[in-house]
Design a protein around this ligand. Structure first.
Ligand SMILES: Cc1cc2nc3c(=O)[nH]c(=O)nc-3n(C[C@H](O)[C@H](O)[C@H](O)COP(=O)(O)OP(=O)(O)OC[C@H]3O[C@@H](n4cnc5c(N)ncnc54)[C@H](O)[C@@H]3O)c2cc1C
Length: 299
């Protein structure tokens, strides 16, 4: 075993991928761009594996498509494709912003959104962006295909309810933002370049015609073992005017509902809290400005 695996397969179809996984009986693993998995194998952080099943070359799953209100992203779609897609830039802005901060160009050219979500880190950037949009994922396995809320796939840090030895995350989707809706993402990180975020936050917000918050979703990470949806902060904003004061209050509610981590190399608990206080109101305001810009001008 030279590379850390014995066989590398590039199936053309989902059925073939699932059949290959079954054939190896738990000794194979799905790979996308390999920017997490292959690095882990090469660093010896993961045991060598009998076979890798590459899901990034399955026919038709290397594209972003529309299905009614949904924008659908195949598991072979890279971060670069996402940040260049006009439909996502306009109707899923926070996803394009969050994928745009991942790594450097080489990582974005090979890393996939599916890999980011399946890896299940508490603050995967694309994951935080898609979570704010209310993303869903399609998983294919021996018993067929099913759609589920992406939020329900996270089990713990790096642990997913998707069985990556037997199942393939085939597609991701979210409802495109429409009139009166906007979204935004921001990540705070140390300035040295490629490293994990101190805090990553995403917002999707809909305004009514009087400028009040009709619906809002706020995602954050890392603030716990899995990517976090700030339900209490969201509830505190609904029906309120989209003002700086209310956005600041929502940041306080978000802070009161989480236990922020302190990490030796990244940030203290207090610093993370300051970043939420500083940036969450700003991200909410940015999403609200975008919501105003997309409002139906009326007759
Ligand atoms: C230098 C560097 C910088 C980075 N910077 C960032 C960053 O700023 N932000 C960030 O979030 N990430 C970052 N990453 C991590 C990584 O690039 C991303 O998480 C990327 O999206 C992973 O996608 P991938 O396709 O390469 O996943 P892979 O490495 O192929 O797979 C990751 C995991 O997901 C599983 N998997 C992959 N695809 C599927 C599928 N279709 N179905 C089921 N399971 C699947 C694999 O088995 C594995 O467990 C960085 C990585 C590097 C090397």
């Amino acid at each position: 075993m030279i590379n850390g695996w014995n066989h590398y397969h590039t199936p053309d179809s989902v059925e073939q991928a699932v059949a290959l996984l079954e054939r190896y009986g738990g000794q194979a693993r799905v790979v996308g761009g390999g920017t997490d998995l292959l690095v882990e194998i090469r660093r010896g952080l993961r045991k060598p594996i009998e076979a890798l099943i590459d899901a990034s070359r399955i026919a038709g799953l290397d594209q972003v498509t529309r299905d009614g209100d949904y924008i659908v992203i195949g598991c072979g779609v890279t971060h670069t494709q996402i940040i260049r897609n006009p439909d996502i830039i306009r109707c899923g802005t926070c996803l394009s912003e969050s994928c745009g901060v991942i790594g450097g160009p080489q990582v974005r050219n090979s890393g996939t959104l599916a890999g980011n979500v399946a890896h299940a880190l508490p603050a995967g950037d694309g994951t935080i962006g898609l979570l704010a949009l209310g993303g869903e994922i399609e998983v294919a396995g021996p018993s067929g295909r099913r759609w589920m809320p992406m939020q329900d796939s996270f089990k713990g840090p790096g642990r997913s309810f998707i069985d990556r030895h037997r199942e393939v995350l085939t597609r991701l989707r979210f409802k495109a933002t429409g009139a009166g809706e906007g979204s935004a993402h921001h990540r705070v990180m140390r300035p040295q370049g490629l490293c994990l975020p101190i805090i990553s936050m995403g917002v999707r917000l809909k305004l009514d015609d009087r400028g009040r918050v009709q619906a809002v979703r706020i995602s954050m990470g890392p603030v716990g073992p899995v990517p976090f949806v700030a339900e209490e902060a969201m509830a505190s904003l609904e029906g309120k005017a989209a003002t700086e004061e209310h956005f600041k209050q929502a940041a306080e509610v978000a802070l009161s509902s989480v236990t922020l981590r302190a990490s030796k190399y990244r940030a203290s608990h207090e610093y993370r809290a300051r970043m939420v206080r500083s940036y969450l109101p700003e991200i909410l305001a940015r999403a609200a400005r975008r919501a105003v810009d997309t409002r139906d001008p009326g007759p």
